[in-house]
Design a protein around this ligand. Sequence first.
Ligand SMILES: Nc1nc2c(ncn2[C@@H]2O[C@H](COP(=O)(O)OP(=O)(O)OP(=O)(O)O)[C@@H](O)[C@H]2O)c(=O)[nH]1
Ligand SMILES: [Mg+2]
Length: 192
Amino acid sequence: MELYEGIQTSKVVFAGLDKAGKSSIILALQKELSQLDALKPTRMAERKIFNFLGKKIASWDLGGQERYRASYLEDPLKYFEETKVFIYVVDVQDKQRYNESTTYFADIIKIMQKHEISPETYLFIHKFDPDYKTQLQKEDEDHINDLATKFKENNPSNSKLIIYQTSIYKPFSITTAFTKIVNKIHPSEKDS
Ligand SMILES: Nc1nc2c(ncn2[C@@H]2O[C@H](COP(=O)(O)OP(=O)(O)OP(=O)(O)O)[C@@H](O)[C@H]2O)c(=O)[nH]1
Ligand SMILES: [Mg+2]
């Protein structure tokens, strides 16, 4: 647990390529969707503290531009130490960069393993917009399944990779996923 003003917070790291939608997802979790239009590419790591279901969350939004990616991998403890939850975001509509994205994911997993950091790990297959979903061809569905398989292969066998399909055009998809995630790290008394 991290301490912030003496209060315990759970560190949740968001990573993924640039433009994957990480900062948008965080705005959705903060119920600040009106700020979406003003979003700019994130420079390095942006930390925010917010409440979700009455729990304090410290989100670390790791800007995904190439030059920043290298610096997280070079100084992993600074960014990944004490991570409770690791959420990797991939843009499902950016097929050209599926490989680049799985490679970056694998790099982060490897470096966390090396430092014995083992957060709960999730994959958000993002930009799964309602209209995108209806236009999906069988071929696209196969690609997405392959993508999920590739991510799973790059995740250490001892931790399960849970996958959610999300879209800012369906904010509920984001808050539902995050509710499950938060409930898992903070089980209510009756569950524990
Ligand atoms: N169609 C669609 N676009 C989205 C969705 N989520 C985010 N976007 C758009 O994708 C673009 C990039 O979003 P950001 O949230 O800034 O992406 P990011 O991952 O934070 O990017 P970096 O900060 O550069 O790492 C913006 O134009 C968003 O409006 C989504 O679910 N569907
Ligand atoms: Mg960003």
